[in-house]
Design a protein around this ligand. Structure first.
Ligand SMILES: C[S@@+](CC[C@H](N)C(=O)[O-])C[C@H]1O[C@@H](n2cnc3c(N)ncnc32)[C@H](O)[C@@H]1O
Length: 259
């Protein structure tokens, strides 16, 4: 059961009533009731700084291009820089893209191109990444770093609403790998357009499925939280895929097309 209340005092009242009912109606001789404080916002960040630091220094090292891109993104986009995937998540994307054997990959949400580089590096030399974003400003930074990373010839940037770009793709299951990391309200639509085009064994990876911990707490009913919560439920029940949700950063779901 999840109980929420606007003020802590009201929550304590709920807790008293529920505890009394449980004690009255429970058949067990002994009843243990655990209470946790409300979880929301940054409270749900999965890692302590110590673990974070340790794991960042224990995956394949970041190269100079990505390191420079992190600095440039911080300088030029200010607070928006937090949207960039972290080094460990980038390494995970490269590994998953490579393991999928994809020749055609799709990315929804490019920003300044960090995750695009990570995905493109996991593709074979003749592989293609269709990269979707609405921002010419942010993706102009991306283009520079794709050149420096030596993957520009593998990336086909499409500027425009990603849903239109995806819907214009042929309906055949030719996508071997997809990464979804754009506006959260459209996540269910992005997933649907991508999953129908995934080849058997193809992977779709979704970022921010925890929504900063807000998906766990029904008190958060913003459009983004409702959409992502609904999609998380859908994927868990979707017989077209097998899936796993991992506590990597803000939550990452990996779904693999089974047929
Ligand atoms: C979280 S950022 C992507 C971060 C990127 N994956 C990285 O690692 O640097 C989200 C991006 O989605 C883009 N975006 C937002 N709405 C969009 C839409 N309707 N279609 C395509 N891109 C969109 C934004 O312009 C932004 O660059």
């Amino acid at each position: 059961m999840i109980a929420t209340a606007a003020v802590e005092e009201a929550l304590l009242g709920v807790r008293d009533v529920v505890t009394r009912h449980l004690l009255r109606f429970a058949t067990q001789e002994e009843l243990v009731v655990d209470w946790s404080p409300p979880v929301g916002g940054d409270a749900a960040w999965a890692l302590s700084p110590v673990v974070d630091d340790y794991l960042l220094t224990h995956c394949s090292p970041v190269d100079e291009v990505l390191r420079d891109l992190v600095v440039r993104t911080r300088e030029e986009t200010g607070g928006a820089a937090g949207m960039q995937v972290s080094h460990d998540e980038g390494a995970l994307l490269t590994m998953l893209a490579r393991m999928s054997g994809a020749r055609l990959a799709v990315e929804v949400g490019v920003f300044t191109g960090y995750s695009s580089i990570c995905i493109a590096r996991g593709l074979p030399p003749d592989g293609r990444l269709l990269a979707c974003d609405v921002s010419t400003e942010w993706t102009s930074i991306a283009r520079n770093y794709w050149e420096r990373a030596g993957v520009a010839d593998r990336i086909d940037l499409r500027i425009g609403p990603a849903l239109e770009t995806l819907r214009a793709l042929p309906a055949e299951p030719v996508v071997g790998f997809a990464f979804i990391d754009a506006d959260k309200v459209s996540y269910p639509d992005y997933y649907e357009e991508v999953v129908t085009r995934l080849s058997p064994g193809g992977l779709v990876v979704l970022d921010n499925v925890f929504q900063g911990g807000r998906v766990f707490d029904p008190a958060f009913q913003g459009d983004a939280q409702v959409a992502v919560r609904r999609l998380n439920d859908t994927i868990a029940q979707d017989s077209r895929v097998e899936s796993v949700m991992l506590p990597v950063r803000d939550g990452v779901t990996i779904a693999r097309r089974v047929g």
